[in-house]
Design a protein around this ligand. Structure first.
Ligand code: DHB
Ligand code: MG
Length: 211
């Protein structure tokens, strides 16, 4: 029983999801490697948003809009997602996909280095109920600090790619992304402002709650 077999068995139990399937197709049609979250983690994003009654979410890293749609599906009330994306091309691509899913009016893209956009969000006094960190790995520790600072009480912070496809555990790897991710994982486990768990499947996923 491999992890891939388990995932395809469990994912295969669900009916097709035309909106999410369309996003996956659009990524393939562009010839991009699909680095969206797995189906089960997408469902988890939607569920966590619903479980806490979130209305405002912040995503760091948009790519094709897959996680954005999953987050938006779980929001209620005012329903606002701000998405930080380095590349104009991906922001436009994700926006197009979310418009097609009928969510175009609920999302705002801020293009450029996320660390700069986060500083602006803080100056603007913005606050969020839910965060999804899934952008450049070198800045994960700073993204976590900003997420905590921009959080409403009881906010949930989720982060993807804790294991960097094995590089996190390989001590021969000492590049900036790997060092930042090891530091990030330690912060998640030790920061007294957070409750947390870290899941091992896929590439590792952290789920935190700001106390
Ligand atoms: C990769 C996967 C991710 O989930 C991500 O956010 C960035 C890169 C990858 O497999 O390279
Ligand atoms: Mg990722």
């Amino acid at each position: 029983m491999t992890m891939e077999q388990v995932e395809s068995y469990l994912d295969g139990l669900y009916p097709p999801d035309p909106e999410l399937d369309a996003i996956k197709r659009s990524i393939a049609e562009r010839g991009l490697r699909d680095i969206s979250v797995g189906d089960s983690y997408g469902r988890l994003l939607t569920m966590l948003a619903r479980m806490i009654g979130a209305s405002r979410a912040l995503e760091i890293g948009a790519f094709g809009g897959y996680s954005g749609l999953c987050l938006l599906r779980g929001l209620s009330g005012e329903k606002k997602l701000i998405s930080l994306e380095l590349r104009e091309e991906y922001a436009a691509f994700a926006h197009q996909n979310l418009k097609q899913a009928g969510m175009g009016d609920h999302i705002e893209y801020r293009v450029g280095a996320a660390i700069d956009s986060l500083a602006v969000l803080e100056q603007e006094g913005q606050a969020f109920d839910l965060f999804f960190i899934d952008a450049d790995k070198e800045n994960y520790p700073q993204y976590l600090e900003y997420a905590i600072r921009l959080s409403n009480p009881g906010a949930i912070i989720i982060a993807d790619n804790l294991m960097l496809r094995g590089r996190t555990l390989n001590l021969e790897k000492q590049g900036p992304a790997v060092l930042a991710m090891r530091r990030f994982n330690e912060l998640v486990a030790q920061d007294q402002r957070l409750d947390s768990t870290m899941l091992s499947s896929y590439d590792g996923l952290a789920i935190m709650r700001v106390k």
